[in-house]
Ligand binder design. Structure first.
Ligand code: IPM
Ligand code: MG
Length: 359
């Protein structure tokens, strides 16, 4: 098969982790007889510096023409510390999500047996946790208008908006996900306070009869934040609006032991995007110390979602798992920093595994 992938490495550690993920993609492609064609494009602060636009039109065109997008990270402290900056790297990510119609962000959470002791949570609570958070990605407060500040500068506002169409399509996808998994769906909202949440809850209840096999529960987001940490094993599929999903998935990463382990897929109307859930980690940029596993596991999702190539995906997961068992890990996963491997050395290990193991 011909694999035509757009590569948007972005800022901070983005280029380092994406480089390793691409090497793994290449190794897997070679092993299974696929022909990989990748095209690099600018996004984030690097795109602002080069073009003034964090998601240039040329980048969008490349994404639209590709089968899938492999995305690193965006963000730069230069902008974080300047609230008056008119153009921000994050706008590039949001513009990409909107223009590609990526309304569903799928963030699976599993625990790796060899990392159980890396989580601050008790092993018996997290061992075997396996759920997926489906985060709505192109609506809510991230995109609602008006957003801004009053003329005197003393009042500011964001708007949370959801339409029936937006809620229905993400819930449909979530019900279908639940059907393919353990048939349990948790709808996370704040229906006791927010009008948008009440619309979500109403629509979910209307849809329930279409999926009689799915056990649906409704949970307020504050309660969900607590239960996620206390009883992570009780969840199967969780669906929630944009902002709640952003927060809950960072929280959930604690269960896996490191933010550096969580992949994601963003799917919707046009080309799908595969990216780690973590950010650009500017403190580590250029140091070759960041964990590439979340991005490598995002490539596994890419093979699965963009091409339905399950064996390729399984091999990548097996390789990552083997690297963890072998202790071939970056410093976020070692107690003794002197034993940590660099980003590229972890990449070497995983590529080597892919090359030598049976398909
Ligand atoms: C994420 C990130 C982004 C978000 C930021 C970088 C805009 O935190 O993908 O979770 O909030 O969606
Ligand atoms: Mg986030």
């Amino acid at each position: 098969m011909k694999l035509n992938i757009a590569v948007l490495a972005g800022d901070g550690i983005g280029p380092e982790i994406v480089a390793q993920a691409l090497r793994v993609t290449q190794a897997v492609a070679k092993k299974f007889g696929h022909e990989l064609h990748s095209t690099e494009a600018l996004v984030g602060a690097v795109a602002i510096d080069a073009t003034g636009n964090p998601y240039p039109e040329a980048t969008h065109e490349i994404c639209m023409k590709s089968d899938a997008v492999l995305f690193g990270a965006i963000g730069h402290p230069r902008f974080d510390n300047d609230p008056s900056a008119k153009v921000r790297p994050e706008q590039g990510l949001l513009a990409m999500r909107k223009k590609l119609g990526l309304y569903a962000n799928i963030r699976p959470l599993i625990t790796f047996p060899s990392l159980l002791d890396k989580s601050p949570l008790k092993t018996d609570r997290i061992e075997g946790a396996d759920f997926v958070v489906i985060r709505e990605l192109t609506g809510g407060m991230y995109f609602g208008e008006p957003q801004g500040r009053s003329e005197d500068g003393n009042t500011s506002y964001d708007t949370c908006i959801y339409t029936r169409m937006e809620v229905e399509r993400i819930l449909k996808l979530s019900f279908e996900f639940a059907m393919k998994r353990n048939k349990r769906l948790t709808v996370v909202d704040k229906a006791n306070v927010l009008a948008t949440s009440r619309l979500w809850r109403q629509i979910a209840k209307e849809m329930e009869p279409q999926y009689p096999e799915v056990a649906v529960e409704y949970m307020f987001v504050d309660n969900a934040a607590m239960q996620l940490i206390q009883w992570p094993k009780r969840f199967d599929v969780m669906v929630t609006e944009n902002m709640f999903g952003d927060i809950l998935t960072d929280e959930a990463s604690v269960i896996a032991g490191s933010m550096g382990m969580l992949p994601s897929a963003s799917i919707g109307i046009h080309t799908s995007v595969f990216e780690p859930i973590h950010g650009s980690y500017p403190q580590a940029a250029g140091k070759n110390i960041a964990n590439p596993c979340a991005t490598i596991l995002s490539v596994a999702m890419l093979f699965e979602y963009a091409y339905s190539l399950g064996k390729e995906a399984a091999l990548i997961r097996k390789a990552v798992e083997a690297s963890l068992v072998a202790g071939a890990v970056t410093e976020d996963l070692t107690d003794d920093k002197s034993k940590a491997l660099s980003t590229s050395a972890v990449g070497d290990w995983i590529v080597d595994y892919v090359n030598r193991v049976e398909r």
